[in-house]
Design a protein around this ligand. Structure first.
Ligand code: CAA
Length: 380
């Protein structure tokens, strides 16, 4: 497996790194404090074709590969974790399944404008009683003539408050378990589609999420994504890709914390020398750098496998499991290196700890990743 980046991959990495330095790092703290949606950043992501990195140009995307996508998410999240996850939701959880399972008409109406960044998409799988146990969907879709009538609720829907459409999962046959789940493409302006206020959260405060109530939402039959009963597979294969994005997000957050710790520990002196010249600190930095590199290799392997079109579910799960738990360890160490200043809101160390924590939860908790990985080991 060749991990050497191509010229195109290095170019996109640099473009995103420069964009993060200029537009994201100077604003991220303020977006976090104000719980503000990073409007200007999302607009610029669209202009840079970063809202659909791996979607072909003919469908409105950047026409690049999944390695480029992972590198971009890392750099954007290094600048602002909220912007990173907004980018990953539109790319991985919305555009990717429409590209993979959509009809030509669905791609025209539900992919092209979203890939161009004229509109934003989101993903509605989680419910109050169906989080880790995604097959336990309570939302129902009942066929009535040429449309389905959908009733139920979804929660923690990242980008939900701003999205123009959703890939939504609902039971079309409650007696069939996961084989009774179907996926639908629904404009959020459809009557009966009601969004609550953005959730109050510990971190990624600029990436708004919300609860959605669906009350007799009428969806034309042609808006079913994939075949009736295939919704669970649509969801699972979408998450196989999405988890690469979250792993890359965790990597970006960890890098932000690590780079700030390296700088601070070079400036702060104790006992007559910069603290990073004390072994207690330099060994911490060594461990952080090693873990970040290990996580990046796992992320790149999963992205390369997705690009090759081979099964990559367990590898994505490994990347997400390791990168997210690594990000929590690294951000906590970075806070520790900053001492009292790490606990202060005057610096970013505490934000990185809060932002990293969610990567161990969304798109499947660490425990779910261990289920996916161990199930694949037992099959072999
Ligand atoms: N691709 C395709 N098909 C898959 C698959 C995959 N990766 N994984 C499983 N399947 C298929 C299986 O082959 C099986 O099919 P058959 O019945 O035809 O054999 C079927 O799906 C059921 O598989 P399981 O028996 O393994 O399913 P399960 O009910 O035991 O659940 C699970 C498996 C991995 C625990 C799953 O429920 C899961 O991933 N849960 C976590 C959900 C999650 O990640 N939610 C995140 C929400 S999105 C989000 O967080 C967004 C955000 O805010 C940013």
């Amino acid at each position: 497996m060749n991990f050497e980046l191509t010229e195109v991959q290095r170019d996109i990495q640099k473009l995103c790194r420069d964009f993060a330095a200029k537009e994201l790092i100077p604003n991220a703290r303020q977006w976090d404090e104000a719980h503000a949606w990073p409007e200007s950043a999302v607009k610029q992501l669209a202009e840079l074709s970063l809202l659909a990195v791996a979607v072909p140009e003919s469908l409105g995307g950047a026409g690049l590969d999944n390695v480029c996508y992972a590198l971009s998410i890392e750099e954007i999240s290094r600048g602002c974790a909220s912007t990173g996850v907004i980018m990953s939701v539109n790319n991985s959880l919305y555009c990717d399944p429409v590209m993979k399972f959509g009809t030509e008409a669905q791609k025209r109406d539900f992919l092209v404008p979203f890939a161009r960044g004229e509109k934003l998409g989101c993903f509605g799988l989680t419910e109050p009683e169906a989080g880790s146990d995604a097959a336990a969907q309570q939302t129902t879709a009942v066929k009535k003539g040429d449309h389905y009538v959908i009733n139920g609720s979804k929660n923690w829907i990242t980008v939900g408050p701003k999205a123009d459409a959703i890939v939504l999962f609902a039971m079309t046959d409650k007696s069939a378990g996961h084989k009774g789940i179907s996926a639908f493409l629904i404009p959020t302006s459809t009557p009966g589609f009601n969004r609550q206020k953005p959730d109050k959260k510990m971190g990624i405060c600029g990436a708004w999420s919300c609860t959605i109530y669906l009350e007799d939402v009428k969806v034309p039959v042609e808006n079913m994504l994939g075949k009736e009963g295939d919704g669970f597979k649509v969801a699972m294969s979408t998450l196989d890709g999405g988890r690469i994005g979250i792993a890359a997000q965790a990597l970006g957050i960890a890098r932000a914390a690590y780079e700030e710790a390296v700088q601070y520990s070079g400036e702060r002196k104790t006992f007559g020398k910069p603290i990073r010249e004390h072994q207690a600190i330099s060994f911490m930095l060594a461990d952080m750098a090693t873990e970040i590199d290990a996580a990046r290799l796992l992320v790149l392997r999963a992205a390369l496998m997705k690009d090759k079109g081979v099964r990559h579910g367990p590898e994505s799960a490994m990347a997400k499991l390791y990168a997210s738990e690594m990000a929590s360890r690294v951000t906590n160490k970075a806070l520790q290196i900053h001492g009292g200043m790490g606990y202060s809101k005057e610096l970013d160390a505490e934000r990185h700890v809060r932002d990293a924590r969610i990567t161990e939860i969304y798109e499947g908790t660490s425990e779910i990743q261990r289920i996916v990985i161990s199930a694949s080991l037992l099959k072999e």
